[in-house]
Design a binder for this molecule. Structure first.
Ligand SMILES: Nc1ncnc2c1ncn2[C@@H]1O[C@H](COP(=O)(O)OP(=O)(O)OP(=O)(O)O)[C@@H](O)[C@H]1O
Ligand code: SF4
Ligand SMILES: [Mg+2]
Length: 373
């Protein structure tokens, strides 16, 4: 295969506008009543260029997977637009939706539960190819299966084996081969390495990068670990309670984080130099992540924000706005924080009020700061 070095192009492949996914919370013994909503994704705008890797990070329960699934129309959006290569996917039905889905694939967090244990690898790979009419000629199909295994670094003998016969890293390679089998343009990789040992994580991340360079793929890589997305992402979007709070290039996010939440996330990453580690300032987030069924008013981060101000923060929801070239931040005071005009202060942890309507299965997994990093 000739190597095409994949540089992000100017052409926009995916445009998401004001996307919302609200899950109804049902109660009732005889008749189900909707008693509230989980605002899992609540107004996301993003634009991804062909060939780009976009990293999406945030605490557990902030809506990353729901956003990824809504982009691929695996979750039905409540509102908003998802335009993929010029077509509004949210409006597609039937055959047109099926065709669009071939071009957008997902790699899942847990390779064990996302691969059918009763099927050998060959059937797992053929399933999507058959569904999309890509497995008609036997010789060409066999050749394609061999190519796919070669591309993800597995031997041909893997075809006859079952998922449980592989290690975690190998299983994730099968998940990647399954996504590649239908020749997608966009891959949403949902926590592709978080179930793997640290030693294997780098191999799988490198494989994703190599495949992107060879095949010109566009990626959305979801992670709760900023360290995972840092090196592979061209740009990173930070999510908090259903919305993006900051978005910029990977380098700029690390050098110049502007949103208080991003600053807290980055300040919790240990620095290898012990002298720097002992002296650097850490921003510890007070309080729990509020419930997405009852998000705070105004800025959703105000209950935990060390820079919270008396006006606007509690009452007006900040929009994502461009502060520097290609650097978008959703904070009323981003410029004042950047220029040091306002300083962080202690935060009294607020009691997070549970609405009493949140059903146990809709309850978010609340992550701690150490889990995020
Ligand atoms: N099908 C569903 N019905 C009701 N609530 C849901 C559903 N799917 C997700 N949620 C809720 O939506 C919120 C966002 O969930 P989501 O899985 O998107 O978060 P996440 O950022 O991917 O978290 P994690 O890092 O744990 O994977 C959570 O509160 C979750 O409980
Ligand atoms: S708007 Fe206010 S509460 Fe929200 S991040 Fe900015 S300073 Fe903090
Ligand atoms: Mg998730």
């Amino acid at each position: 295969m000739t190597e095409v070095i994949n540089e992000p192009q100017d052409e926009v492949l995916l445009e998401v506008t004001d996307l919302k996914v609200h899950f109804p919370i049902k109660r009732g013994i005889v008749v189900d009543r909707t008693v509230g909503h989980v605002y899992a994704v609540d107004g996301v705008d993003l634009s991804i260029r062909r060939g780009e890797t976009y990293g999406l990070v945030g605490e557990s329960g902030c809506g990353k997977s729901t956003l990824g699934r809504a982009i691929l129309r695996l979750s039905e959006p409540t509102a908003g637009k998802v335009v993929f290569d010029g077509t509004d996917v949210a409006q597609l039905k039937g055959e047109k939706l099926r065709k669009a889905r071939r071009r957008m694939q997902m790699i899942f967090q847990d390779p064990m539960s996302s691969l059918d244990p009763r099927q050998p690898v060959e059937s797992i790979l053929l399933e999507g190819m058959r569904a999309h009419g890509l497995a008609k000629d036997k010789a060409a199909t066999d050749q394609r299966l061999r190519e796919l295994l070669g591309a993800v670094g597995l031997p041909e003998t893997a075809l006859r084996k079952y998922p449980h016969e592989f290690s975690g890293g190998q299983r994730q390679r099968i998940g990647i081969a399954r996504a590649l089998a239908v020749e997608p343009d966009l891959i949403v990789a949902d926590e592709p390495v978080s179930a793997l040992d640290v030693s294997v994580q780098a191999q799988v991340v490198n494989l994703l990068e190599d495949l992107q360079n060879e095949l010109g793929l566009t990626y959305v890589v979801i992670a709760h670990d900023l360290a995972v997305v840092r090196h592979i992402s061209d740009r990173i979007g930070v999510m908090y309670l259903g919305a993006l709070v900051e978005e910029t290039t990977s380098a700029e996010l690390y050098e110049n984080p502007l949103h208080p939440y991003t600053r807290a996330l980055l300040s919790a990453i240990p620095v290898p130099d012990p002298v720097v580690e002992d002296t650097r300032e850490q921003i510890l987030l007070a309080g729990d992540l509020p419930s997405p069924a009852n998000p705070p008013t105004g800025c959703r981060f105000h209950t935990r924000c060390p820079w919270r101000q008396a006006s606007l923060c509690d009452t007006d929801r900040p929009q994502l706005r461009e502060i520097g070239a290609g650097h978008r931040v959703a904070c009323h005071y981003a410029e004042d924080i950047r220029d040091g005009r306002i300083q962080p202060h202690d935060v009294e942890p607020e009691l997070v009020e549970l609405t009493g309507v949140l059903s146990p299965d809709a309850a978010p997994d609340i992550g701690t700061i150490t889990e995020i990093l």
